[in-house]
Design a protein around this ligand. Structure first.
Ligand code: SF4
Length: 434
């Protein structure tokens, strides 16, 4: 079925584009769309396509909750997902990171900042247990109050994932009644497999051996304490290092050996998504990457069989040799009203950022993407309500697209698509699947 194939690989196609491709008149096309709404088999065929993850992981859950509908209608709504960015600083200086060298949040602001973040946790509606996560911005483990924030969220039923470089996931940080054990998952950004690779990427000497020791200890302690927190790795395939993927499996097997009854739970593999020229693999290495991914998959099956590998959309498509549309929002397709009903990020100053890669202190132009500040007398729902009802708009400038991460881009692409469908008279059918 052509339409299932089209939306299974190009989910952001507008209905008019699809209709024109099929050379159908509006009535015939409407009847065809009706079949997709009625027949679960057709829906499943779309979800089974190379872009199926966009649908199942991101778009359909947001549609089910009415989040995209509220955003399109310009209605205030508490953000569906809230990122807490508590880190005042970072010990690394990764060459691809946008953070401003030397810029940090003053230590003296931490107490007030943690109170603001605690208030956000208290305000978050409890009906979405995975709606809160901890990330950055800067490195979360550099905030000594982090454990208390995690325990506070866990007490309200939130299962939070911590995104961290894990350099500071030390014995001290994990000791005693550390709140870190109340996390749902720790997702470790891995920047290499040797000290030299780490130094080339992060600028820090002897960092790999320390992260490795931290992860082994974490493995042992979580098994001893019988804590449900999951452990995963996030690995970006950097130029010149595609072949290292095979060694990554051995590294994970070594971590598994530290607690054989609690092997590493998941691995997220990604290409550098930023679109920056120095992040892209050469055409030759990219061509090789497909073979490497197949070898990698086979090795995972053999050596770390319980590991849940998420290839992300681009690598999944590359692995299956499929033609797939990569989302690329440009300044001219950015949405001036952003999407705070879908997601916002709150840093340790209490500033509410509209995009995930904007929450760094001193980042030029990023302050334009602050919707307001949470603090005494100012709640997160109040900040979002003001931003939405006053119809604040941010005029995009060249380079602003780098403030958006992959999730932000998918949300913006979907909203643009829905608006185009509605504009073309397809209000009922907008977005193909819902
Ligand atoms: S990418 Fe993360 S770990 Fe690296 S410098 Fe930036 S904030 Fe620090």
């Amino acid at each position: 079925m052509g339409l299932a194939r089209r939306y299974g690989s190009h989910p952001f196609t507008t209905l008019e584009e699809a209709r024109r491709e099929l050379s159908l008149d509006r009535d015939a096309f409407r009847r065809l769309l009706g079949l997709f709404a009625r027949l679960p088999g057709l829906r499943s065929a779309v979800l089974a396509g190379p872009a199926g993850k966009y649908w199942s992981n991101t778009l359909l859950p947001l549609e089910e909750r009415g989040v995209l509908g509220a955003t399109l209608a310009g209605k205030p709504r508490f953000p569906h997902i809230v990122g807490l960015y508590p880190g005042p600083t970072c010990m690394f200086r990764c060459h691809f990171c946008v953070r401003v060298t030397g810029a940090r949040y003053p230590h003296a602001t931490l107490a007030d900042g943690n109170e603001a973040l605690a208030a956000v946790i208290d305000e978050m509606p409890a009906d979405n247990p995975h709606g809160l996560y901890v990330s950055g911005g800067l490195e979360p483990l550099t905030n000594p109050g982090l454990g208390a924030l995690i325990s506070r969220a866990a007490a309200r039923g939130f299962s939070m994932t911590l995104y961290s470089n894990c350099f500071a996931l030390t014995e001290k940080a994990l000791g005693g009644e550390s709140g870190l054990w109340d996390l749902g998952a720790v997702r470790t950004s891995l920047y290499g497999l040797t000290d030299d690779e780490y130094e080339a990427t992060t600028g820090k000497r002897h960092a790999f051996r320390r992260v490795e020791a931290n992860l082994r200890r974490f493995q042992r302690m979580r098994a001893e304490r019988e804590r449900p927190v999951r452990l995963g790795l996030n690995h970006i395939v950097l130029p010149g290092r595609a072949r290292r993927l095979l060694d990554l499996v051995d590294f994970i097997a070594e971590l598994d050996a530290a607690a054989p009854e609690r092997p590493v739970d998941f691995l997220n593999l990604r290409e550098d998504y930023s679109g920056r020229p120095d992040g892209a693999l050469s055409p030759r290495e990219r061509a090789e990457l497909r073979e490497i991914l197949l070898e990698f998959e086979e090795k995972v099956r053999r050596v770390t069989p319980t590991l849940d590998v998420d290839y992300g959309y681009a690598l999944h498509a590359l692995k299956s040799g499929a033609d797939a549309q990569l989302v690329r929002i440009r300044p001219e397709t950015m949405r001036p009203a952003a999407h705070p009903q879908v997601a916002v990020q709150v840093d340790v100053a209490g500033d509410v950022y509209l995009y995930r890669e904007a929450g760094f202190p001193g980042l030029p132009g990023a302050d334009r993407y602050i919707a307001g500040r949470v603090g005494p007398g100012s709640s997160l729902s109040g900040v979002v309500e003001r931003f939405v009802t006053e119809r604040v708009q941010v005029a995009p400038r060249p380079g602003d697209e780098y403030f958006m991460d992959g999730f932000d881009q998918v949300v913006a692409a979907r909203l643009n698509q829905l608006e185009a469908d509605i504009g073309a008279g397809w209000r009922e059918e907008r977005g193909f699947l819902r």
